[in-house]
Write a protein that binds this ligand. Sequence first.
Ligand SMILES: C[C@@](CO)(OP(=O)(O)O)[C@H](O)COP(=O)(O)OP(=O)(O)OC[C@H]1O[C@@H](n2ccc(N)nc2=O)[C@H](O)[C@@H]1O
Ligand SMILES: Nc1ncnc2c1ncn2[C@@H]1O[C@H](COP(=O)(O)OP(=O)(O)O)[C@@H](O)[C@H]1O
Length: 281
Amino acid sequence: MIEEIAYGKINLAMNILGRRPDGYHEVDTVYQSVDLHDTVCLEKSDTFSLTCSCGELPCDESNLAYRAYKALLPFSEDLQAVRIHIEKRIPVAAGLAGGSADCAAVLRGLNRLWRLALPDEALRRIGRSLGADVPFCISGGTMRAGGIGEILVPLKKLPPWDVLIVHPHVLVHTDEAYDLFTHSCTAHAVDMGEMVNSVAAQDFESICSAMGNMFESLIMPHVPAVGRCKDMLTRLGLMPLMTGSGPTVFALVPPEKDGEEMATALREAGRNVDVIVTALR
Ligand SMILES: C[C@@](CO)(OP(=O)(O)O)[C@H](O)COP(=O)(O)OP(=O)(O)OC[C@H]1O[C@@H](n2ccc(N)nc2=O)[C@H](O)[C@@H]1O
Ligand SMILES: Nc1ncnc2c1ncn2[C@@H]1O[C@H](COP(=O)(O)OP(=O)(O)O)[C@@H](O)[C@H]1O
């Protein structure tokens, strides 16, 4: 049996540039992996099976792990059955790319299990057809992304700063979030140059100041819980941001502060939210 760790992500910065003829949107974003992860176990078996610790998640063709298996099958010499189990920790449909991370983990895992020797670039290409976040999730880290998320430029690795994640138990569907985009949203565009320079300098304060997400002004009027999560983090003196299409909100914890202590304060203050302490990776 082999195990693959499927790390979640946050978007430190997120601009939507416009809608493409294929219905997808051009983006300019800075992805950042976090330690929060699912664990994907894969082993050879006589019959195919997919199981998940999260009962609400269907283990059928709609599961991105299953779709990753189907996508890699043509690369194996014969029809190979496999048993896949996902131990789920990343909240679902939260803007943390849990499904994409599982998908990427199955691609990496089957590449190892079946000794396919496909390079990461090939896995990223296959992953792109399964989801826009999947190419990033193949190797993770800190990356700027263009296209629909698949044109990746690695940035300097950031220190393992603590991150507080507040999830308000609400689902946001990514396609519906993108449907809210209009060109007037560009008034809220993030200065990507400033973000990239701040990452290069590994400067905590300037990274926090440069953070921004064009989805925030689109989602917040529809999902009031996002504003409440932001307020909780702001009251602790942090600079919160929604990740991806939401609704999860995160804040980087200053290196001299204790993330666990802040999380305890948040848990005492907040009802109907999950508070997770993790770190950049
Ligand atoms: C917004 C982002 C930011 O990182 O993340 P999440 O909030 O989902 O984590 C991504 O762009 C989401 O990526 P992902 O969740 O993999 O999207 P997909 O499954 O490929 O697409 C779901 C739907 O979202 C829309 N979509 C997605 C990506 C993109 N660049 N343009 C789009 O318009 C399309 O309507 C598509 O049918
Ligand atoms: N293995 C999986 N884990 C989580 N979600 C999955 C998975 N497979 C398919 N999905 C579906 O993918 C969608 C996006 O889920 P997820 O990747 O968790 O969120 P997001 O795209 O907001 O980061 C959800 O509607 C979910 O039902």
